[in-house]
Design a protein around this ligand. Structure first.
Ligand code: GDP
Ligand code: MN
Length: 361
């Protein structure tokens, strides 16, 4: 789950990384009571869960006197489609240089990957694309509690001596908070020292309860319900709903959709041995996602019984057409239950997917 900037900054501050003085407001009127604590120049930053806020108009500068008006303006905007409901008000920094540093999981080497470049700021993607050699890298095994000094020296190469400790502390925060990404962009150099002017922390979804996070904000309501039923469920933005049993069959169904140039709206793996109640909940859940035009149910009967699956599909009573491919245990009984109910029954998954792609387009 992605933390918001103000949450990430509090965590970094707790690990000894300097952050600008500031506070969060949920309406422009809250500024009135806090004027005394404000510096002459302030930055107002929309706390929306998207990258590139600066370029999208989510970061505004103001004088102490004008900041209420600027805050009103910011609260009236939506940034990349997301309405602004929280604004971080910070003292503006006198920026001399913008650096970039991040710690992330390198999935191929199963290590932590530390990145650093002196070309931080809003154009970091461009640097990564056009001048990847300007981004310095170091890899360390995750069992290491600290970044060795020689690695820090290699990364910062003669820059101010405050930079190394920031990377060290960022790595500690990354480990302690079970992060998959901890990023400071920009890490700014000012006459008063270095500061994390922006911060991003993504917590491993599998570690949320250990981190004391009860609700995964990144999940949709449907993803939450799916999790409570023990379904593996993922939302995409196409038009075909997909239900399978087992990760392999479900992924293969998605691959076939791609092969026939269709697009999945979501997919759900009911797991092994699903009975009619589970199937009914699964079909209903997949059907409620906006944009689902047809649903493909691709199930192999083993421990799972096709007659239970069929009863679940019928019980769901959803408005969309359902294309069913059932094979295996009690296949004939299953087909008999579905027969005459307006379901499209096919024998192979190729047929199922091809039909779904045609109907959805
Ligand atoms: P992002 O676009 O979502 O990454 O938002 P950032 O918080 O990184 O801000 C974007 C850019 O605004 C930074 O790269 C800085 O150039 C600038 N910026 C942010 N905070 C300050 C500040 O306190 N003072 C000044 N002068 N510029 C800032
Ligand atoms: Mn940034």
């Amino acid at each position: 789950m992605k933390l918001r900037e103000y949450e990430a900054k509090q965590i970094l501050a707790g690990h000894g990384i300097p952050i600008p003085a500031g506070f969060l407001i949920r309406s422009p009127d809250e500024l009135a009571d806090r004027m005394t604590g404000l510096s002459e120049k302030v930055v107002l930053k929309a706390q929306v869960d998207v990258g590139g806020r600066g370029k999208a108009g989510g970061v505004l500068f103001a004088d102490k006197n004008s900041c209420t008006g600027v805050a009103r303006e910011l609260f009236s905007r939506s940034i990349k489609g997301i309405p602004v409901t929280e604004v971080l008000v910070e003292q503006a920094l006198d920026i001399e240089r913008e650096l970039y540093t991040a710690v992330l999981i390198d999935r191929s080497s199963k290590e932590a990957l530390i990145l650093f470049t002196t070309e931080g700021g809003v154009d970091i993607e461009e640097t990564a694309r056009n001048h990847p050699e300007r981004i310095r890298k170091a890899r360390i095994p995750l069992i290491m509690e600290r970044v060795p000094s020689f690695m820090l020296r290699d990364l910062v190469q003669g820059l101010g001596k405050e930079i190394g400790p920031v990377i060290q502390n960022l790595y500690s925060a990354f480990l302690r908070h079970d992060a998959v990404l901890a990023e400071i962009n920009p890490l700014v150099v000012t006459p008063a020292g270095v500061y994390a002017a922006d911060a991003k922390l993504i917590i491993d979804d599998n570690a949320l309860s250990r981190q004391g996070i009860v609700v995964n904000r990144d999940q949709t309501e449907r993803e939450r319900i799916a999790q409570s039923h023990g379904f593996s469920y993922v939302e995409l933005d196409g038009t075909i709903g997909v239900i399978g049993n087992g990760a392999g069959l479900t992924m293969a169904t998605l691959d076939l959709i791609g092969h026939y140039h269709g697009s999945a709206a979501n997919f759900l793996d009911v797991g092994g041995g699903a009975d009619k109640d589970r199937v009914r909940e699964a079909v209903r859940l997949v059907a409620t996602k906006p944009g689902v035009r047809v649903i493909v149910v691709n199930l192999l009967g083993g421990i799972t019984r096709c007659d239970e699956v069929a009863s679940g599909i019928v019980g769901a009573g959803i408005p969309q057409k359902v294309i069913v491919r059932l094979a295996g245990t009690n296949e004939q009984e299953g087909k008999a239950i579905l027969d005459g109910g307006g379901y499209i029954m096919v024998d192979t998954m190729e047929d199922a997917v091809r039909t779904a792609v045609e109907m959805a387009s």
